[in-house]
Design a protein around this ligand. Structure first.
Ligand code: NAG
Length: 194
């Protein structure tokens, strides 16, 4: 019995992101995605405050979003592996429904090492100036889906007030706060990696 429990815990703790038994819950999340989304105020630098666990739990992750002339979004992220190796990755995003009015925060992203395969990147909530909650999902084998979620902030450390707001946003977005693992953004630690 004891070994069964240990094995179960080991499997749970290495589980990648959150696996659901059905396809991506697009309808449910569509009802919660950010409405009246504005692209320009969402651009700029975002620090990764936390995310659903994955096999690549990078630390000191920073993303830079900027508008291209054609209205697409250039995305660049930097971070370090737990072993301290620098990683940089870039991608392109566009609004899924650029002609909808008002806009929703639904983006499609290509790149980030996945070539031309696009992934959904839905801004569930943001106030543009302090925090953002982003959701992604892909269908996987046996009719299941795998979700990813990120909490981003404009500063590497957040105040108690901002933490309260992004936690509420995670709940209201239908995401699991307990599954969000905080990203190490300690200033001394992060600057020591460079
Ligand atoms: C996943 O599968 C569902 C049902 O087949 C489909 O509607 C959806 O577009 C697929 N992709 C994503 C990212 O949800």
């Amino acid at each position: 019995m004891k070994s069964f429990i240990i094995i179960t815990l080991a499997i749970l703790s290495t589980a990648s992101a959150r696996i659901y038994s059905g396809p991506c819950r697009l309808d449910e999340m569509s009802a919660r995605v950010k409405t009246n989304f504005q692209v320009s105020p969402f651009m700029g630098v975002w620090y990764q405050i936390g995310r659903y666990d994955t096999q690549t739990n990078y630390v000191c992750v920073t993303s830079r979003y900027s508008l291209n002339n054609d209205g697409s979004i250039h995305m660049s992220s930097t971070g370090f592996t737990s072993g301290g190796t620098f990683r940089q990755s870039t991608g392109q995003a566009q609004l899924t429904n650029p002609n909808e009015n008002p806009l929703t925060g639904k983006l499609d992203v290509t790149g980030f090492g996945s070539g031309t395969t696009s992934a959904i990147f839905w801004v569930m909530d943001t106030d543009y100036s302090d925090y953002a909650v982003v959701w992604s999902c892909r269908n996987i084998s046996r009719g299941r889906s795998e979700e990813l979620a990120w909490v981003l902030a404009r500063t590497p450390q957040t105040s108690e007030a901002v933490r309260q707001r992004y936690e509420n946003a995670v709940h209201a977005s239908g995401l699991v706060l307990d599954a969000i693992r905080l990203t190490n953004q300690d200033a001394t630690f992060c600057s020591s990696l460079f």
